[in-house]
Design a binder for this molecule. Structure first.
Ligand code: BES
Ligand code: ZN
Ligand code: ZN
Length: 497
């Protein structure tokens, strides 16, 4: 089953309608955002009900209070506009997830959103939470589960253009989730690459797909090494979005790990460690989605996405520990463990970006290490940077703002010692300690002098258990972060130096 992006487009079939809403007259399910007491004047509630609401609000600043307005309901979503904007907006997104559950329980498909004493960002945060919560991976279900179909949004808070821009971004998050959720049997490197090629044509984005012959000609030893044990061919996809009004003269390179499935290879993953490894191409899916969203919303940033794709399998000719690979840039790598495969395919992509695009910044996203998860859990991205302090600071700020947070790990030179090899230039893993960092250091070797940011998304790309508005399964975590980063990238030149 090769997914058609045309059908992917219809995953998102929730319709938004901008309209004026008078809460006292509205007939239908109404969601009312209540940030402070001014809201009392607009609420269609009796004095007694308002007293009750306030009691509940006192007890829990983030409670959702439902009132019967038969045959409909009024949901008052409390939030605290006194705390920092990023935190209150995150509370709103998570409340939206709860409202979605409440509506689903009652088999409701439509609702309207308004509020009083709220700012547009808060309304958008609510819509974002609602839209992202409504997603589920339905493709293989005989019976499509419940979804919302229509949301009326009070036009006091945003314009059609603003709504359209947000909708495009959310749609791309859905593409990413869908790609990541697809099992490898139905979505291999070749299929992923042709999907991206087709979309690029529609969006008038430059796209090159390198097949195995071309990858061999380029001598990408990392990508070819990992691919040796697979029956499916590898692919290397390069997409470019170059707007006329770009703020950067040299591109920003977005590199994404596209391991379609990670069995571990000959160092095969034991017991239940293999499960969910269809998500090992989340980095590539993330970067493709970011580039598409940036292009569709015409952000003034010149971008190149470089996506190496293969699965990692223990086939008869699989690469083995002790092998020495010669990478695209000529670096030799001793393979210590075939399960540290992501860095091998990314190394070729980073080196290719640096040699062929002279980027001003390289960012990669990769489900790279279990060590990153052990270090900070599933609450953010383990991040590292080399010569990229200024853009990294901007990324950190944006991470706090959209609540897709980045935690900077140290990148001290001592860690370089841990990946030195006796028989090759470097080796593909270090010791048991600091595994997320030695993986980052391995990649940084290939960025050379170019400012470089590494995002290890292993903890956040795929949630085994439902994580509020990210749902269960593929999350698309990192897309809103990178989009917000690129949106503000032109703020000052100094961010980019
Ligand atoms: N894809 C995994 C990392 C991973 C683990 C992602 C769990 C998501 C959840 C990666 O290729 C891997 O296997 N890394 C090894 C590296 C080790 C062999 C040095 C790891 O983290 O154990
Ligand atoms: Zn692995
Ligand atoms: Zn992997």
């Amino acid at each position: 089953m090769i997914p058609q992006h045309h059908s992917l487009n219809t995953i998102y079939n929730m319709q938004f309608i901008l309209d004026q809403i008078n809460p006292k007259e509205y007939e239908g399910n109404l969601i009312f955002l209540y940030g402070n007491d001014v809201a009392d004047r607009t609420l269609p509630l009796s004095k007694k009900e308002i007293d009750y609401l306030k009691q509940r609000r006192e007890a829990d600043r983030h409670s959702i209070v439902a009132f019967d307005r038969l045959p409909y309901k009024l949901y008052v979503v409390n939030f605290d506009s006194e705390i920092s904007a990023n935190e209150s907006q995150e509370h709103i997104r998570r409340s939206a997830d709860k409202v979605v559950s409440m509506l689903k329980e009652l088999k409701q498909h439509t609702a309207a959103v308004t509020g009083d004493g709220v700012i547009p960002e808060e309304v958008v945060a609510f819509m974002e939470g609602l839209v992202l919560s409504d997603y589920s991976f339905d493709r293989y279900l005989s019976k499509t589960p419940h979804h919302l179909s229509q949301l009326v949004v009070d036009s006091t808070f945003l314009t059609q253009e603003e709504l359209d821009r947000s909708t495009r971004l959310w749609n791309r998050i859905f593409w990413c989730r869908e790609w990541v959720n697809l099992p490898v049997a139905d979505f291999n490197a070749e299929e992923f690459a042709s999907e991206l090629e087709e979309i690029s044509q529609d969006l008038h984005i430059g796209c090159q797909v390198f097949d195995k012959r071309k990858i061999e000609a380029l001598r990408m030893g990392g990508l070819l090494g990992v691919n040796k044990g697979s029956v499916d061919e590898p692919r290397f996809v390069v997409m470019e979005y170059k707007p006329a009004n770009a703020v950067n003269q040299r591109p920003v390179a977005l590199v994404g790990k596209g391991v379609m499935y990670d069995t571990g290879g000959l160092n095969i993953k034991p017991e239940d460690y293999m499960q969910e490894m269809k998500s090992d191409m989340a980095g590539a899916a993330t970067m493709a989605s970011v580039l598409f969203a940036a292009a569709e919303n015409q952000l003034p940033v010149h971008l190149v996405a470089l996506l190496p794709m293969t699965d990692n399998r223990p086939g008869f000719n699989a690469f083995a520990a002790d092998d020495i690979l010669t990478m695209y840039d000529g670096t030799t790598v001793e393979v210590v463990n075939t399960d540290a495969e992501g860095r091998l395919i990314l190394a070729d992509a980073i080196a290719y970006a640096v040699a062929n695009y002279d980027p001003e910044l390289v960012i990669d996203a990769a489900t790279l290490t279990g060590a990153a998860i052990r270090a900070i859990g599933t609450y953010g991205i383990a991040a590292m940077q080399q010569r990229a302090e200024n853009p990294f600071n901007l990324l950190k700020i944006m991470g706090t703002q959209v609540y897709e947070r980045v935690a900077e790990f140290p990148f001290w030179s001592e860690y370089d010692e841990l990946i030195k090899s006796d028989v090759a230039d470097i080796k593909n893993c270090g010791i048991a300690q600091a595994g997320a960092i030695t993986a980052g250091k391995f990649l940084a070797h290939f960025a050379k002098e170019t400012p470089y940011i590494h995002l290890d998304i292993a903890g956040v790309a795929y949630f085994s258990k439902k994580q509020h508005y990210y749902g269960a399964g593929a999350s698309g975590y990192g897309i809103r972060l990178l989009y917000a980063f690129l949106q503000t990238y032109d703020m000052t030149k100094s961010n980019r130096q």
